[in-house]
Design a protein. Structure first.
Length: 609
């Protein structure tokens, strides 16, 4: 949520700041602003609304400075407005800063500062930080920031400038991600790597309670205690700038749906060597299954849905108890955790605040933590005991597609590796599952190519609906949940998913003439049960869509729209099934004319509660 950018170098800062903010639009925001060091002042421009409003306003201003910071804001304290937008300053505009996160003790600090004569202009918690730094400032910005952050409570990332030190940006991180890009005679600061991947592939990934002192030709990293970290490691990012561009697609979401075969190949390449599964690089022991009595999976949103699907597979094949819980609920109860608990945390960004808090809680209570994340250098990746890297490549659209696919595939890998450790499962069966995994990318490609046009036609009819229901059984129910979430995220149509067997327990009351019901029926072993439920809704006037495996025998009169998938291993078929659900959400939103990549009220990375 929110985006920070900063630049110091030989080029004009304003265009680079605006371009960097453009690359971070996926994070979600409701206003934007920049501040640039000029000859006589720090020039500030900020606008409520989309970034193009700021960009248009900047065309009527002259920015010549070569040092600056910028921000896209997600409103928390104070409504979206020009006044509440970042950057913020102290009363005398001596200090200018941008901020991600929440300052939890801002009220107490604000009262103290007002009593000392400070005057505030906005409703934000951020402005408190500017005044607090100003109150400590005595010609050394780094020292003033260090004193201020020692008093701030909550999660925050800050980029700070002072008019009196025109060749310097101070950046700090506590629980909110921040990176420093390293260039030649120029350096960058940003919330995420894509902002400046065009200019450098070398970064410092700031860890909690670290400060970066950034100049044109020098970057020094300090702890919040003021100690120089001389051995800070640089991270080289192997993504190229083209990977984060649309490459001819109308939206990033459609591009990322089509990238799923390749992103899955990248994941499998890490852990399948000569058709043999090897999870040694994750840190898991060769016989890890014997070390645990229970697996807990903790995640949010789409990642949570991947865990729900995994529960069915892990319990069935490994005969180990698996609990799945939303991270924001897990951390506010007293979960039963001990040294024989394997906690699996799942997060695309690796910075999800609730998931990170759950990780810390579990480690405190003796659990081993395995992270499934798409960000190798994220907080979750660094703090976990074990790491299964998703390797999906950058995902820009807010609605996750290829990261979800790789999350599910990562759980497939864990399941098969666990099967290898069970003596009652034959080597031939394990090998058959490994061979099936290798076939998945090509089958994904086939499903994308063969179902896209059909789903697009269905979506055109669904775009006028107000309510759409999804049903499924077993793993198909978890896929229905994800399909429902995708649709509501980007089309704003009210969508709900239910276990098909629960229809008679209340849900059937919602079905009326013309109401669409999408039935997910890829599990052939229980297809007849699912189809009976489909007939129930059809008998009450529903307009039915069925996603199932080809060559099934059913009454065609009960199905208005049919999407067929190739026959495949029943445990892995979920990855094929999710494709038409993703496409249904995408095309429905497209026909409605919605902002697909940046849906309202949502952000890609949720770094605050």
């Amino acid at each position: 949520m929110c985006g920070i950018v900063g630049y110091i170098g030989k080029k004009k800062a304003a265009p680079l700041l605006l371009a960097g903010l453009k690359k971070l639009e996926y994070r979600g925001y409701d206003s934007a602003g920049i501040a640039v060091q000029e000859e006589e002042t720090i020039a500030i421009l900020k606008k409520q609304g989309k970034l193009n409003q700021l960009t248009n306003a900047a065309q009527n201003r002259v920015f010549n400075g070569k040092v600056g910071i910028g921000h896209t804001r997600w409103a928390t304290h104070g409504k979206p407005s020009d006044l509440n937008s970042h950057p913020h300053t102290d009363s005398h505009e001596k200090i200018v800063l941008v901020h991600n996160g929440i300052i939890e003790n801002f009220r107490e600090l604000k009262q103290e500062l007002i009593a000392a004569g400070h005057e505030f202009n906005s409703e934000t918690d951020t402005e408190v930080a500017a005044h607090l730094i100003s109150s400590y400032y005595q010609a050394d910005l780094k020292e003033a920031v260090l004193q201020a952050v020692s008093r701030l409570e909550g999660s925050f990332a800050l980029a700070v400038m002072s008019y009196q030190e025109k060749d310097r940006i101070i950046a700090v991180r506590k629980d909110s991600p921040l990176i420093v890009g390293l260039g030649e005679h120029e350096n960058f600061v940003a919330s995420d790597i894509p902002a400046y991947l065009e200019y450098t592939s070398n970064f410092y990934i700031l860890e909690d309670e670290e400060l970066a002192d950034i100049h044109q030709d020098k970057v020094e990293i300090y702890s919040f205690a003021g100690e120089l970290i001389a051995d800070k490691n640089q991270t080289k990012i192997n993504w190229d700038a083209e990977m984060v561009e649309k490459q001819g697609y109308q939206h990033f979401m459609l591009k990322e749906i089509n990238e799923q075969p390749e992103s899955l190949k990248r994941l499998l390449a890490l852990y399948l060597d000569d058709d043999q599964l090897d999870l040694g690089s994750t840190g898991l022991k060769n016989n890890w299954l014997q070390d645990y009595d229970k697996i807990q999976i903790v995640a949010c949103g789409t990642a949570y849905h991947s865990g729900l699907l995994a529960k069915y597979l892990l319990e069935d094949k490994l005969r180990l108890e698996v609990e799945v819980e939303v991270a924001s609920e897990y951390r506010y109860r007293n979960p039963i955790i001990n040294q024989r608990t394997l906690l699996i945390v799942v997060s695309q960004s690796g910075e999800t605040a609730d998931t990170l808090a759950a990780l810390r809680l579990a480690k405190k209570n003796g659990a081993t933590v395995l992270a499934l994340t798409n960000a190798r250098d994220s907080s979750i990746a660094r703090e976990a005991d074990l790491l299964l890297y998703l390797n999906a490549g950058p995902e820009i659209a807010v609605a996750s597609t290829k990261a979800y696919t790789n999350m599910v595939a990562a759980f497939y890998l864990l399941t098969v590796d666990g099967m290898r450790q069970r003596t009652e499962i034959s080597r031939q069966e394990v090998q058959a599952y490994q061979t099936a995994l290798i076939k998945l990318p090509e089958l994904l490609r086939q499903v994308i190519e063969h179902t896209g046009a059909k789903v697009e036609k269905i979506a055109e009819k669904y775009a006028v609906q107000e309510h759409i229901f999804f049903i499924g059984r077993n793993t198909d129910y978890t896929l229905a949940l994800e399909g429902s979430l995708k649709l509501k995220e980007i089309s704003y149509i009210h969508a709900e998913a239910y276990p098909a067997g629960e229809l008679k327990h209340g849900t059937l009351a919602l079905i009326d003439t013309g109401v669409p019901v999408v039935a997910v029926g890829s599990r052939i072993d229980i297809f007849s049960k699912l189809f009976s439920n489909l007939k129930e809704v059809k008998a009450r006037g529903a307009e039915t869509m069925l996603i199932t495996i080809e060559n099934q025998d059913f009454e065609a009169s009960s199905v208005d729209y049919l999407v067929e998938l190739p026959e495949f291993n029943q445990y892995f078929v979920g990855l094929l099934t999710i494709i038409p659900l993703q496409l249904l959400a995408y095309y429905t939103a497209l026909f409605k004319g919605e902002d697909i990549d940046q849906p309202r009220n949502l952000a890609k990375s949720v770094t605050v509660e």
